[in-house]
Design a protein around this ligand. Structure first.
Ligand code: NIG
Ligand code: FE
Length: 413
């Protein structure tokens, strides 16, 4: 199928080969290359050509007129937990009434609550629940998503979650990467934490690897969850099976997780609400993408990651939703952009780079996604008639997206 989008007011995030496959860091994050009065030509699901209207090819294929509209690459959401059994609004109310995230976890809520619920659900049920979320996030402009396990916490339930996540990649338009997060929390029945950690390393991991159910390995490196030493041990065990690290680090405390991520050449360290100068220094020169999840900071009312300091220090940052029932019950990337601008003082250009190019790096889809480049997937967002690209994060509760196209196919709205 061919598709030609014409009269685009501005085609945003256009990158030629050399800049299309590397992350965007520091001052470069403020630069969002674009072409005004442009066309975009997609064939066989892939971008074949783009440029200014003066150079538009002649073809009689399906054409979309994007007069007064912007076109940008679809979002890449590189950190989610979107396979889960049930929402947890009762904890939302507990939090309003003053309980902390750690308090809730201690009383058997939190991750363990989600695990209990997930364990009683069938694979089919979990897939159906997830499908509703998948359709929702496609409407929000997401075409690539990373999905973690971590609400199973038994051998069979972790495998079950990962199979559901992989099935989403096979049976929906989304490109999916999966992450094994057996080390999300220690189930109550283990008096000796090492017993559970050994289960993760010696039983879960080999089975996950054997069935090729995961691309990455994750650990919740946090006080009360897993120590930096345990995190390192688990990530290194994963690496033996070819799984790169993507670590939950420094959400509630300076946990040492950033340094472990860098030391193990992890693909990303995610959250980073608690950061010091040492953590910023550790990331410099590394291959690890600092990934910020402002939806979790918003929802838990914690401090936001110091995005400004990180970018000003020359680092790249990526943005993702953390979509999960406990700390970020939303997969809406446009709202994440707004939060990044309002609460982390990222410019709209920086936020878009973070949610496309850099998040694509953080789930290794940068060769196919993250920018408008010849040869990359024909996955784009067409906005409504809006005055500027800045309007999108500015009008934080307006739906600025008109059409989502994934691999050249127009999604139902
Ligand atoms: O990324 N921090 C750990 N995991 C999730 C929260 C999980 C939950 O509360 O269910 C997060 O915020
Ligand atoms: Fe998370």
């Amino acid at each position: 199928m061919e598709l030609l989008i014409i009269n685009i007011k501005e085609l945003v995030q256009t990158r030629e080969e050399t800049s299309a496959c590397t992350w965007v860091a520091g001052a470069n994050m403020a630069v969002l290359p674009s072409i005004q009065n442009a066309f975009l030509y997609i064939k066989w699901g892939v971008i074949q050509d783009y440029g200014s209207m003066a150079n538009m090819p002649t073809t009689d294929c399906k054409t979309i007129d994007a007069t007064n509209k912007f076109v940008l690459p679809t979002f890449v959401d590189s950190h989610t937990h979107l396979v889960f059994a049930a929402s947890r609004e009762e904890e939302f109310v507990d939090k309003i009434n003053g309980m902390s995230y750690a308090d809730i976890a201690k009383k058997g809520g939190g991750i363990l609550n989600s695990a209990k619920k997930l364990q009683s659900k069938s694979e089919e049920e979990l897939f159906e629940f997830a499908l509703a979320r998948v359709n929702e996030i496609i409407g929000f402009g997401t075409a690539c998503v990373e999905i973690k396990s971590g609400y199973g916490l038994t051998v069979q339930d972790e495998l079950k979650m990962l199979r559901v996540a992989q099935r989403i990649g096979k049976e929906t338009p989304l490109t999916v990467k999966t992450t094994f997060l057996g080390a999300h929390a220690i189930p109550k029945k283990y008096e000796d934490r090492n017993e559970y950690i050994n289960l993760v390393i010696n039983e879960m991991l080999p089975k996950v690897a054997e069935a090729q159910l995961a691309d990455y390995i994750d650990v919740f490196c946090e006080k009360g969850f897993f120590t930096p030493e345990e995190t390192e041990r688990i990530v290194l065990a994963g690496k033996k099976y070819g799984l790169k690290g993507k670590i939950h680090a420094n959400q509630l405390n300076i946990s040492g997780g950033v340094q472990v991520g860098v030391k193990t050449n992890s693909l990303s360290v995610d959250h980073l609400e608690s950061m010091g100068q040492a953590e910023i220094e550790a990331l410099k020169g590394s291959i690890t993408m600092p990934t910020l999840l402002p939806g979790a900071a918003f929802f838990l009312r914690t401090t936001y990651p110091p995005a400004r300091e990180m970018i000003d220090a020359g680092l790249p940052v990526a943005l993702a939703t953390d979509y999960n029932p406990g700390s970020a019950p939303s997969g809406k990337m446009p709202f994440i952009l707004s939060l990044a601008c309002v609460n982390m003082r990222m410019t709209p250009q920086e936020a878009i780079n973070a949610a496309t190019m850099n998040s694509a790096y953080a789930m290794e889809v940068l060769n196919t996604h993250g920018s408008i480049s010849v040869g990359k997937a024909g996955s784009v967002i067409i906005t409504k008639e809006i005055p500027s690209i800045e309007y999108m994060p500015y009008a934080f509760n307006t739906d600025s997206i008109e059409t989502v196209i994934i691999d050249g196919v127009v999604m139902d709205s």
